[in-house]
Design a protein. Structure first.
Ligand SMILES: Nc1nc2c(ncn2[C@@H]2O[C@H](COP(=O)(O)OP(=O)(O)OP(=O)(O)O)[C@@H](O)[C@H]2O)c(=O)[nH]1
Ligand SMILES: Nc1ncnc2c1ncn2[C@@H]1O[C@H](COP(=O)(O)OP(=O)(O)OP(=O)(O)O)[C@@H](O)[C@H]1O
Ligand SMILES: [Ca+2]
Ligand SMILES: [Ca+2]
Length: 577
């Protein structure tokens, strides 16, 4: 079964993932517990992949394995956060949180607890949350499991992380305040959450809910439905309200799947049957349109920047359109979608350069593709009551003998886009169940204030020669405590002890990685170790990918095979008896 995570062709909102190092892991959330099997190490040594470690050292065991997990998880998180958020203070905070969580969770729930904690942290990093929120995400599972205490968190991580954890524990019980989960009480509860709880803790809770929804198969059916209902009524709209677009889409799709499995299957089958082709088309059209717009002389004169976003519609959003007014699938005009965002030149003397650029873009589109008559909406000439401005056209991308869903193109200026995302016509109002523009403004102000305060706490340590700009390899800098450019045996022993391993493990790891036998690790030696860790993690990802495919394939065989025949026969027989 396709997951909601695969539904969006291109991240619809939020910022794209950025890879600082030349690694291939900047994709959807996949963070796993690191295993270092001997076979994998042999594969690493034999591999011609550029990721293959230059050292043929066997993979570390015991405490060394914990260090490898620590470094792998740390690298992944800082990479997902992006360079400007991963300040020296943030790196240090994350490193400490991982050091506390790893030994506490390593063996809990067969390793799944650690994988869950890291997946939550990865979601938060993808949402571009700060290191305090991410560290709380790492530790929440350990706190729930009783493996660390609030006192540990306060002492070893800091008061801000402890506060977020405290808030998120309070939030966990918020739905129990309701007797019935109807629209009115759900809306009141959402408002309550956004008013009385720390907004960053709300976001942490959303990431935890996403993780819970991804594991829902493990729960009994009735719990699956109760949890899905809560997510549908409370958490998905909350995610829209705080602007966590992709997260809300996935929450919606997952809860849709558990609440209405038959309807979900219908929509899923229809969307899936054309998904890969349509996603490829979106990327192709995006490129074609960008080239055409950039080549146009008139546009060149009045516009200084053009960007295009694309997306494939989610399962739940499609279902809503289909049932809204009983329309046919071919009448849903935004299954494929592009959005052109134009930035008029600032030296423009004429104030209508924005609208002119949008209309010129429309003409170029008309020359390129087949516009569906009567489906164009010009909210630029006639803005919506809430002030929303954009020009919408529907394009028929079918070919002879090949019917396809329609493609919507939204054309707007950067200014109009800002308003559609954060102004009175904001997406949080449009989708987030907020009815009052004042409420959206209040939320935005709270968000900005929270970010400002967090930035004060998390900025680079002044006068530090180990700030982000000076530290090419943050994991190395965390281990090289005295900043002399080498990781000594004392430094390695210290981290081992923090992870609950002994000094002899440090000696063993040093022996394994110290290629020139000078008794310490240079940055080059450490980078070889990191490449090895990276390779192991990519093998794990592949394994995970294959496992998903096999699960799906084997399930298909099951339902068409003997078990299915048996079940049907039994059902038929019971019916006539
Ligand atoms: N942020 C924001 N986006 C909007 C608003 N109104 C419309 N949109 C976007 O524009 C798209 C299409 O809107 P319309 O062209 O008005 O279409 P519609 O009347 O919703 O028609 P159907 O898509 O056919 O149901 C929506 O799916 C949104 O993506 C708004 O007030 N705020
Ligand atoms: N034409 C488009 N091009 C690119 N992204 C879009 C386009 N239309 C919507 N999106 C984005 O895709 C995400 C999901 O949108 P979705 O289709 O569920 O709802 P919507 O288009 O905003 O509203 P509606 O339910 O009325 O269609 C949102 O982040 C939205 O901004
Ligand atoms: Ca050192
Ligand atoms: Ca050395």
């Amino acid at each position: 079964m396709a997951t909601a995570a695969t539904a969006a062709a291109v991240p619809a909102g939020g910022r794209p993932y950025r890879c600082r190092r030349t690694r291939s892991r900047c994709g959807p959330l996949r963070l796993h517990r690191l295993r270092l099997p001997a076979a994998a190490a042999a594969a690493a040594a034999a591999s011609s992949s550029p990721l293959a470690p230059s050292t043929s050292a066997p993979p570390p065991e015991g405490g060394g394995r914990l260090v490898a997990e620590l470094v792998g998880a740390f690298n992944e998180l800082t990479e997902r956060m992006g360079e400007e958020l991963a300040t020296s203070s943030s790196s240090s905070l994350l490193f400490r949180a991982l050091k506390l969580a790893l030994p506490a969770l390593r063996d809990a729930d067969g390793g799944r607890a650690l994988a869950r904690a890291l997946a939550v942290a990865a979601s938060l990093a993808d949402l571009q949350m700060d290191a305090e929120v991410i560290s709380a995400g790492i530790l929440r599972e350990a706190l729930d499991a009783g493996a660390v205490s609030m006192r540990d968190v306060k002492a070893q991580i800091g008061i801000s992380t402890a506060h977020l954890l405290h808030e998120s524990l309070r939030l966990k019980h918020a739905p129990s305040k309701l007797d019935v989960l109807d629209d009115e009480s759900a809306s009141a509860l959402r408002k309550f959450c956004l008013t009385y709880y720390d907004i960053r803790a709300v976001i942490l809770e959303l990431a935890l809910k996403l993780d819970m929804m991804r594991q829902l198969d493990d729960l009994p059916k009735y719990l699956q439905r109760i949890k899905s209902l809560e997510v549908m009524k409370i958490y998905a709209p909350l995610a829209h309200a705080v602007g966590a677009g992709n997260l809300s889409l996935e929450l919606e799709d997952l809860s849709f799947r558990y609440l209405f499995p038959h309807s979900y299957d219908h929509v899923d089958q229809w969307l899936r049957s054309q998904e890969s082709e349509c996603k490829a088309l979106i990327n192709l059209y995006k490129e074609q349109l960008l080239q055409a717009l950039k080549a146009d002389d008139e546009l060149k004169r009045i516009v200084q920047d053009i960007s295009i976003q694309g997306r494939y519609k989610s399962r739940f959003s499609t279902m809503k359109k289909l049932v809204k007014d009983g329309r046919k699938p071919e009448d849903v005009k935004d299954i494929l979608a592009l959005r052109v965002i134009l930035e008029p030149r600032c030296d423009g003397t004429s104030s209508d350069w924005g609208p002119r650029a949008c209309h010129r873009t429309h003409e170029i589109i008309q020359a390129l593709w087949k516009e569906v008559p009567g489906r164009t909406k010009d909210y630029i000439s006639r803005p919506k009551e809430n002030g929303y401005q954009s020009l919408h056209v529907a394009i028929d991308v079918s070919e002879p003998g090949k019917m396809r869903p329609l493609m919507e193109i939204q054309i707007r200026t950067k200014e109009m886009h800002r308003f559609a995302v954060g102004g009175d016509a904001s997406h949080s109002l449009y989708k987030g169940g907020l009815t009052d523009p004042g409420e959206a403004k209040r939320l935005k102000a709270i968000m900005l204030a929270a970010a400002e305060l967090a930035a004060l706490r998390l900025r680079d340590i002044p006068d530090s020669d180990r700030g982000v700009g000076n530290c090419k390899n943050p994991a190395f800098c965390q281990l090289d405590k005295n900043g002399d450019g080498r990781i000594s045996i004392e430094e390695l022993t210290e981290v081992m002890e923090d992870l609950g391993a002994g000094g002899e493990d440090a000696t063993e790891l040093m022996h394994l990685l110290d290629a020139n036998s000078d008794g310490s690790l240079s940055s080059d030696e450490f980078e070889s170790f990191q490449r090895q860790i990276e390779l192991m993690r990519s093998l794990e990802d592949e394994d995970d990918h294959y496992r998903k495919i096999l699960k799906e394939k084997l399930h298909t065989v099951d339902s068409a095979g003997l078990i299915h025949v048996y079940r049907k026969e039994l059902g038929d027989k019971l019916l006539v008896s």
